[in-house]
Design a protein around this ligand. Sequence first.
Ligand code: BG6
Length: 506
Amino acid sequence: MSEIPPPNPLSEGIDATRRVPAGVLVVVGASGDLTARKLLPAIEQLSRRRLLAHSFAIVGVARTELTDDGFRQLMTDAVPDGDAAWTDLVKQSRYVTGDYSDPSTFTSLAKVITEVEAQIGASGNRTFYLATIPAVFEEVADGLGAAGLNRPPTADTSVRLVIEKPFGRDLDSARLLDTALHRTFDESQIYRIDHYLGKETVQNVLALRFANAIFEPLWNRSYIDHVQITVAESLGVEKRGGFYETAGALRDIVQNHVMQVLSLTLMEPPGSIDAQGIRDEKVKALRSVVIPTPEAVRADVVRAQYDSGWSEGKAVPAYREEPDVSPNSQTETYVAMKLMCDNWRWAGVPIYIRTGKRLPKRLTEVALQFHSVPHLAFGKAESRDLRPNALVLRIQPDEGVALRFGAKVPGQAFNVRDVLMDMSYGSAFMEDPPEAYERLLLDAMVGDPTLFIRSDEVDQAWQIVDPILEAWESRAVPLAGYAAGTWGPRQADQLIERDGRQWRTP
Ligand code: BG6
């Protein structure tokens, strides 16, 4: 193994003891958009922060015909301003053209990996990143297995497989995918990415809850009236109409990103902040979520699709007019729902979730609204601007945590109203957090699975979402509409107002 270069100041903010050992990152689907947009820039950042061994190379694989030099050019185009370490990394990287259904693709890949390892002095640490469409996950895993690439070549090296959602399109297909992957890879080798877990603010849910004495005692049904989780996007489906038609907001956002944020919010404190401790508690939390019955889906879940409207001052088309979208599409671009969690901590506390495209702004947050005080001693007029306390975890943008509480308005009268105590990441830490992919790629390559989703977590999340899909497929739930640039359909307001509560207006 070659020597690991010294840290540089840019590596602050990432645990400097975690450096990627000599090895190879194999990107399957290397000519695609994800590689150029996310993976290569993330690798370059890791290299710039001196978190990669010198003996590190990328081997790209894809159906697109490219030479080694063509791939190196693609790497340079993706990161044109890389430093000298990046230029070295580009020089030692290689490419294999081939179809994933052809076993010779993987035998050629095995040969190239061995050549690269010999050339750079790496001894067999291999990470396979499947940046492909999910339809070929199984084929690629089988191909890797048939070529013997699923096993480390030596006892002290590791082989890992990184895949990204969607993990199936319902419970059955997710289970089939898992069975297929487990044919060739052990669960401990599989790293399932949900890029939300790479976000600092999502990880901060754990820090906020379990590094402070003041929040956790209040984090339960005795003090919390309800929870609201919002994942709002101002963009429409952009150029992804073809994909989105097969997904919809429930599969695209709720089954994964929302379920991850939800499980971190609801979970019990783990014994230790390690992979097993955290993931065990997350699964336990998801197991406590009440699986919606068909009646509950009809009553407590709203699905809707955006119509034409206005976004950031511009007229924008309806979803059905977007490229590659059927003019009669029944795909939802918005979901709102109420879930309940049956356990000691959360019994009776509704969890309201909403997510949608073409909403007024991009915003992801978790808000815990506390109960009102048992008796308000102030007069109605004096306290008319006072709302119950709320703790808001702003995941993005404008990352931070805010606490809403009542304060006396300065003056002769005893008027009280809400004020915000607001912590913002930007001013508290004065440094940019690493990109989600940077963090997650590093974790995968050093073998830390804490921020990756275990097979039983995926399964449990589908168990919650599957009955909703089933109810929708039997057309029991109508598709509502909302104008682009608004906060969703009127039915979503009714869903929460029926319980005497309101969506937050961020
Ligand atoms: C992806 C979805 O997983 O997450 C996209 O497929 C969505 O439709 C995106 O736009 C949102 O991610 P972020 O990080 O911008 O909140």
